[in-house]
Design a protein around this ligand. Structure first.
Ligand code: RTP
Ligand code: MG
Length: 148
């Protein structure tokens, strides 16, 4: 099943949005395969955002993402990569529609609350960057004999 890497950025953690964001993905129906609160070391931030190395905002981006804890997650489900990007909304919160995470909670592009992988290739790369194999949990959700 398809998996994607989702991360509540430092602004989202500081603003107590972890629960809301986890809840949106749960209610949508996706399955949580891994999650942890962590501080991102500088080298990991630079590797994660490697595609933006030449951009003028690269330094700011790395400084911000390492400025406080993030909540890193792996979510699983049909079309989860593209659907998560829809749920996040446009990169610039001013362009993100109401009802999306950035549309509801963000104001500026530098502090846009959430990261999500933008393709199958980046999802695989980012999951491997942030999670060890044994940190991902493979389990069923359909054995509900004990649910009322
Ligand atoms: P992300 O990687 O964080 O999920 O965001 P994204 O795909 O929607 O946007 P991307 O183009 O990958 O940019 C990565 C992050 O860089 C910051 N940014 N700042 N100052 C600027 O003009 C600018 N442009 C982009 C944003 O925080 C964006 O999420
Ligand atoms: Mg991106």
């Amino acid at each position: 099943m398809e998996k994607t890497f989702i991360m509540v950025k430092p602004d989202g953690v500081q603003r107590n949005l972890i629960g809301d964001i986890v809840s949106r993905f749960e209610k949508k129906g996706f399955k949580l395969a891994g999650g942890k609160l962590m501080s991102i070391p500088n080298a990991l931030a630079e590797e994660h955002y490697g595609e933006h190395k030449e951009r003028p905002f690269f330094g700011e981006l790395v400084d911000f993402i390492t400025s406080g804890p993030v909540f890193a997650m792996v979510w699983e489900g049909e079309n989860v990569i593209a659907t998560a990007r829809q749920m996040m909304g446009a990169t610039k919160p001013a362009e993100a529609l109401p009802g999306t995470i950035r549309g509801d909670y963000g104001i500026t592009v530098g502090k846009n609350v959430i990261h999500g992988s933008d393709s199958p290739e980046s999802a695989e790369r980012e999951i491997n960057l942030f999670f060890d194999k044994e940190e991902l949990v493979d389990y069923d959700k359909n054995d509900a004999s004990w649910l009322y």
